[in-house]
Every structure is written in C-alpha cells, then in structure tokens.
Design a protein around this ligand. Structure first.
Ligand code: CA
Length: 226
C-alpha cells in the first residue's frame, strides 16, 4: 500500500513514517504544501494523509485542487483540536475522513485500512486484487482467472493506476504524467498503444475492461456483458 503523508512537523513525519513502514506501507513524505501537491499529481497513492496548516499551499487547497482534477484518492485530514471550521470545509470539498491531533497511531492505522478499502480494489499477499484480476507490482505479473502475463514496467504502472481507481476517468495527459513522468519525448499515442496491450490481456475472461471515454480519456470498469 502506498501512502502520501503531507505534514510539516518533522518529528511527527519521522515517527509516522517509521511506524507506517513497519506496517509494510510505502510512505512518501512532503513537509510543505507545494511538494505535497506535486507528488499528488505525479504519483499514484492508496491514501493521502493531509495536514491542513502547511507552509506554502494549505492542505485544503491541495484537496480542492486534486478533487477538481477528478482525482478520487481517499484523503484523511489531520486537524487541530480547535479547527472545527477547517474540518467542516474539508469534508465539504471532498475529504473522506479526519483525525484530530494528537491521535493514537492505532487509530490512524485503522482509518487508513478503512479508507483503502473504499476504492474497490484490495491487497492480498501484497498483490492488488480487483474482481478476478490480480497484479503483483513487484514482479510485474498479471493474473487473469487462470492465465498469467509478464508485463513491462510501463504496462504494469498503467494497470496499477487503473486498478487503484476503478471508475475514475484519466485523461491521456494524466496517464502520461503518472506513468511516464515528465519525459517530454513521449507522445500521447504511447498511451493508446499501451492501452491496446492491456486490453488484449484483459480480453475474454477478465471481470474488468478499459473503456474509452470519448474526447476525455479512459477508465477501468466492470465488464458490461451485452
Ligand atoms: Ca501543520
């Protein structure tokens, strides 16, 4: 499971980073709002833990920006005890949950587990599972029903992006940024080629399919049997 922690109190991020990694989670830490926002745009997270009061862009502004771009990653806000208005505003603009500081780490873990279940995909022995599709991001192996495929690193990252956000529409530009990074030489036609590779592997037996959303991009959804 991949977590982004945006929080400017270094002691807290050090401690939480250590504890989350001990729970076998991959943790990226941003100690200011601008870095946090850049990471939300570049990487794919299962849960984002977002402090509200940050140097640079505030947590609420980050949240507003990611929801505006259609990013549905579950967000857990960290708020001060007396910041009721921030909490209400946060929930209004699309936060999924909040924790009041100081909190017990066991409670944080419980919230993270609960939020990570909301997307529809789950983890089983480290593999990402959705319907009868199972993906191992360490060895790039895709299993569909009883078939198995070795994916290239890019193909794997593309599949991971879709599986972590079923039902979310991604534009070609968003896919390029998340899968290829900011490599200027890569063309949007690459996205189409890789979508084609994945579709061929999901063809037939998979519970999932990649749908083209006309003039916008692509999304992963349950196969429609017609
Ligand atoms: Ca803070």
């Amino acid at each position: 499971m991949r977590i982004l922690l945006v929080e400017d109190e270094i002691k807290l991020t050090d401690a939480l980073g250590y504890l989350l990694r001990k729970e076998k989670m991959d943790v990226d830490v941003a100690n200011d709002g601008d870095t946090g926002l850049i990471l939300t745009q570049r990487e794919i997270y299962d849960v984002i833990i977002l402090d509200i009061m940050l140097p640079g862009i505030s947590g609420l502004e980050i949240l507003r920006t990611i929801r505006k771009t259609g990013n549905t990653t579950p967000v857990l806000l960290l708020t001060a005890r007396d910041a009721l208005e921030d909490r209400v505003e946060g929930l209004d603009i699309g936060a999924d949950d909040y924790l009041v500081k100081p909190f017990a780490t066991q409670e944080l873990f419980a919230r993270i587990r609960s939020l990570s279940r909301r997307t529809g995909s789950r983890y089983d022995m480290g593999n990402l599972v959705l319907g009868n599709v199972e993906y191992d991001s360490k060895s790039y192996v895709l299993k569909v029903a009883n078939k198995q495929f070795d994916l290239s690193a890019k193909e794997g990252k593309l599949l991971e992006l879709f599986m972590k956000r079923p039902g979310q529409v991604f534009t070609r530009e968003q896919i390029l940024n998340k899968v290829w990074g900011y490599d200027v030489d890569i063309l949007e036609t690459n996205v189409e080629i890789y979508i084609h590779y994945l579709r061929k592997k999901l063809q037939g037996t998979a519970d999932l399919e990649i749908q083209t959303v006309r003039n916008i991009g692509y999304m992963l959804r349950e196969r429609q049997n017609v």
